[in-house]
Design a protein around this ligand. Structure first.
Ligand SMILES: *Cc1c(COP(=O)(O)O)cnc(C)c1O
Length: 412
């Protein structure tokens, strides 16, 4: 089936394909568990009882609906009418709990008792540990040791929530390596264990299931902006790591042709290979960068021989070489525009939001704001709805470190 044969937003097909992307590229031992998971998810999402329980916990435990707020002082500064979707106000401080809670309820429904998860920024690990505590499930979180050092408070948080955190010392010691270990554990213990994937990545049905669980963001935001400003926004903007908060916001608006959508990737230190995590960057050879990583076919950062490149970002949550397959299709169809901002621009945006609105955003979310700041001259008087995916408390050490002036000679 060609990519043009379905309207935007109506993917995937039965095999989990988003046009030429997605699918399910996993070892034979995981084919059956994934088929079971797909069947369980399809059943659950059509079950009124399951949906009612999910809605109840999203309301009473997560704190949904999250507010959509006008950012007046920021708007005045930029000349752009900015609205913030406050996912930072979710319990545990980011959107990731929406997905973790849905999958947690599914684990219980499938009769499994143990969860493995992987985490980069630590936010998904915290969300998973939280949900496992809430639902009485055993929880093991794999985390690269590099990320453990960068996000030490989140490691402590997970342990306090009763999860076991296992450090991963292989490869670049970041998210990609933690995913490999979590997959290995899952293969070995699949009868009792569910793999709680944190973004719209991996083999089918994960990209679809995670999208469905995050789509609550856009459903709420669409209703809230129509109620508040009596019209749809001109532009939606969200940061893109794996792409779950972005697709979560975008999905309810895909049919609104007049609404422009922008996904912001991590531009890191420079456009040189290894210095960023911008999978759609033209200089990265985007078209040539399609391949299979960790179960799905999508855009990824690789060298001409097909080796996955190292990545860099000041924000651990955006530091990943591949992007969700639905984003790959939305990119090719031109429905969503993808841009990138640098570490430095993101850090400046972090300070700007703190000083104008009294909100310290996650460094991931700061990337989305940095794009608005840069493009402000072209966005004058437009309504921009920005997904504030998380709060910045976890990033304070990094921000403080980056703001400290470099030591001069003799100050050693
Ligand atoms: C994990 C994370 C992201 C990136 O993940 P997506 O799947 O792209 O949303 C963005 N913001 C925050 C606050 C995160 O914790």
């Amino acid at each position: 089936m060609s990519a043009a044969s379905r309207p935007v937003g109506e993917w995937p097909d039965a095999g989990g394909h988003f046009g030429p992307y997605g699918g399910c590229f996993v070892p034979e031992t995981l084919m059956e568990p994934l088929r079971e998971l797909e069947a369980a998810w399809t059943e659950a999402r059509n079950d009124d009882g399951f949906q009612a329980e999910l809605r109840r916990l999203l309301r009473d435990y997560v704190g949904r609906p999250t507010p959509l707020g006008r950012a007046d002082r920021l708007s005045e500064r930029l000349g752009v009418r900015v609205y913030l979707k406050r996912e930072d106000l979710c319990h545990t401080g980011a959107h990731k709990i929406n997905n973790a809670l849905g999958q947690g309820l599914l684990v219980r429904r499938m009769g499994k008792t143990r969860v493995v998860a992987e985490t980069g920024a630590g936010q998904h690990g915290v969300a998973s540990a939280t949900v496992c505590a809430l639902l009485g499930l055993e929880c093991v979180v794999y985390m690269g040791t590099e990320d453990m050092a960068r996000q030490a408070p989140n490691v402590e948080r997970m342990r306090l929530l009763g999860a076991e955190v296992r450090g991963v010392d292989s490869g670049q010691r970041t998210l990609k390596d933690a995913i490999n270990e979590a997959m290995r554990d899952w293969v070995t213990n699949v009868r009792t264990t569910h793999y709680l994937l944190g973004s719209v990545l991996g083999g089918h049905p994960y990209p679809t299931m995670v999208r469905d669980l995050q789509a609550v963001i856009g459903r709420e935001a669409r209703e809230q902006i129509l109620e508040g400003s009596k019209r749809l926004p001109d532009v939606l903007v969200a940061c893109v790591g794996g792409g779950s908060n972005a697709i979560g916001l975008f999905h309810a608006f895909l049919g609104d042709a007049a609404v422009k959508m922008v996904g912001v990737e991590a531009g890191g230190r420079s456009t040189r290979p290894g210095d960023h995590a911008a999978r759609f960057l033209p200089e990265a050879g985007a078209g040539a960068g399609v391949g299979v990583l960790q179960g799905t076919r999508t855009y990824l950062l690789q060298d001409p021989a097909g080796n996955v490149l190292p990545t860099h970002s000041v924000s651990a949550g955006l530091d990943y070489p591949a992007v969700g397959p639905e984003h790959a299709l939305l990119h090719d169809e031109g429905r969503v525009e993808y841009a990138s901002v640098t570490d430095e621009e993101a850090l400046a945006a972090f300070h700007l939001l703190g000083e104008t609105e009294g909100i310290l955003p996650a460094l991931e979310s700061s990337h989305a704001l940095a794009w608005v700041v840069r493009e402000a001259p072209a966005l004058q008087d437009q309504i921009v709805l920005l997904n504030l995916s998380g709060r910045g408390d976890k990033d304070l050490a990094i921000v403080i470190d980056a703001t400290r002036p470099p030591r001069g000679p003799g100050q050693g």
